[in-house]
Design a binder for this molecule. Structure first.
Ligand SMILES: [Zn+2]
Length: 343
């Protein structure tokens, strides 16, 4: 990977075109079918890449254009999970959702995103990042009537994720990211087996690896939850010491408009940090100076060569226009700091 100072990227998802799926919505239904859907998803991926490139984003992604949801779509490709047999569970202790059931041993019978990753690789020479759900976040989005143990199921998913990750690496992905918003909720489990299962998922990989830990998409259940967290959000403090000791290369965090005390980043000293400098829970587009301010604060606790400006979380639920504005602001804000550092 060519060395760029402060390489910009997004946490993962970007809005889909309205001809592919209903816009500004999570779990939005596809508008196309069969071959048209297959082709449409790849066209959307092309568009999403183009928009990232137009905005000057350095580490590009598929914008998650081929998936309906960052957790569910991966699970849909596995055997052992029955999507017809649904149960209501609490997601991250926050809101009820009707989710599929684990009914037998889980297995990945064929690759999930590998063809999509090869397609993205064929379109660009820029570094590419691919997001997968993390084991703990996967088990939290399911009803398990088979293993009847969150930990056991997490280890099974970690094995499956590792199979997928190794093939993504072989397809030319430069950074594989595991999304673990559940790390901000289940602190005992994170320390007992959460970080260990994450390390199992990245076992043997030679490419760079990242974990994304956020406070969720800008949906009401999440913004309501944030209001209950008080004036300082210290959730990261629980997982950071273990992550600092782990093999993960990059930690992706929510920092823009959040009440996370920036000095918590000191706890993962030595890791690369993807600093969220774009708030995904508002349509207000940050000014480049606002982005630069957040990056400047982060620079007190992370070395410049380890700072990766990014977004707080995915931008799937935003309009394309707002998302474009935010990508441009991210690039422009990073450029302000690059100039300051080289002055
Ligand atoms: Zn997120």
């Amino acid at each position: 990977m060519k060395k760029i100072l402060l390489p910009t990227s997004t946490a993962g998802s970007l809005p889909k075109p309205s001809w592919l799926a209903e816009p500004e919505k999570l779990w939005s239904a596809w508008k196309l079918q069969d071959q048209e859907l297959t082709d449409g998803k790849l066209d959307a991926l092309r568009l999403s890449l183009h928009e990232q490139q137009q905005a000057g984003i350095d580490i590009v992604s598929d914008g998650e254009q081929t998936r309906q949801h960052f957790v569910t779509t991966f699970i849909e490709h596995l055997s052992g999970v029955d999507f017809e047999k649904r149960e209501t569970v609490r997601i991250r202790n926050r809101y009820d959702a009707s989710v599929p059931s684990v009914v037998g041993d889980v297995a990945r019978e064929k690759p999930v995103f590998v063809e999509d990753a090869k397609f993205l690789r064929s379109l660009t020479d820029q570094p590419i990042k691919w997001a997968l759900p993390g084991p703990m976040t996967m088990i939290d989005t399911l009803y398990d009537g088979h293993y009847k143990s969150r930990e056991k199921l997490a280890w099974e998913f970690a094995k499956i994720l590792n199979q997928e990750a190794r093939e993504l690496e072989a397809a030319g992905v430069d950074i594989i990211q595991f999304d673990e918003p559940a790390f901000n909720v289940f602190f005992d489990e994170v320390n007992d087996w959460g970080v260990a299962t994450l390390e199992r998922a990245l076992e043997g990989l030679k490419c760079e690896t990242a974990v994304h830990i956020c406070y969720g998409y800008g949906i009401k259940a999440n913004t309501d939850w944030k209001k209950t967290l008080g004036s300082e959000w210290r959730q990261y403090e629980e997982a950071f010491p273990k992550l600092q000791q782990s093999k993960i290369d990059i930690v992706s965090l929510e920092c823009q408009n959040s009440r996370v005390p920036m000095d918590l980043i000191e706890l993962i000293r030595g890791k690369k940090v993807m600093v969220g400098a774009i708030d995904v829970a508002t349509n207000q587009i940050e000014t480049p100076e606002e982005v630069a301010n957040t990056l400047r604060k982060a620079l007190q606790f992370v070395d410049a060569d380890k700072l990766y400006p990014s977004t707080n979380c995915g931008m799937a639920p935003l309009s394309r226009e707002v998302a474009r504005g935010k990508l441009n602001a991210l690039s422009a804000g990073a450029e302000i700091i690059r100039k300051e550092l080289s002055a």
